[in-house]
Ligand binder design. Structure first.
Ligand code: HEM
Length: 136
């Protein structure tokens, strides 16, 4: 009952809500294009993980990643690919591979001038699919 007299406090924003602002801050859909370009350049230059993409149609992958990043950054959700578990099932991915991808994502956001706080929100969302990606 004492709650009635309490000033209503606004709940702290969830990682999804914070990430939504990242999508806007980056400049919406066109900026995601730039982010995916930078991200892939980094991934393909990274000896720890580039071999996974040797036989992949990067054009198609780019489109999928764009939709995924849009979702991770809190933009309109139009990702319709296989779920993360299915997509990565046969790759025998390890924690090290996951961390390498995450590092490249962080590096991309830093290059785009995203604040550490916003980077943390995006990483929280990426980490939330980690067990699926690693098929744990
Ligand atoms: C946060 C982590 C990750 C996210 C959000 C992510 C997201 C995605 C998405 C959306 C796709 C497309 C799925 C489809 O519709 O077919 C995909 C495919 C793929 N991912 Fe990831 N991924 C992650 C981690 C990784 C890691 C750690 C690796 C390897 C180092 C990796 C390698 C690949 C490869 C090679 C494909 C292509 C599969 C194919 O077309 O056969 N991913 N990923």
């Amino acid at each position: 009952m004492f709650g009635l007299f309490k000033k209503k406090e606004k709940a702290a924003p969830s990682p999804e809500e914070k990430a939504a602002s990242v999508f806007d801050k980056l400049g919406g859909a066109p900026a995601i294009d730039a982010a995916v370009d930078i991200f892939y350049r980094k991934v393909l230059a990274d000896d720890r993980i580039s071999h996974f993409f040797d036989t992949i149609d990067m054009e198609a992958q780019h489109v999928k990643q764009k939709a995924f990043l849009t979702m991770a950054f809190g933009g309109p959700n139009n990702y319709s690919g296989k779920d993360m578990r299915e997509a990565h099932k046969h790759m025998n991915l390890t924690e090290e591979h996951f961390n390498a991808v995450a590092e490249n994502l962080v590096g991309t956001l830093q290059e785009l001038g995203v604040s550490q706080e916003d980077i943390d929100s995006v990483v929280t969302i990426a980490v939330s699919v980690k067990d699926d990606v690693l098929n744990k």
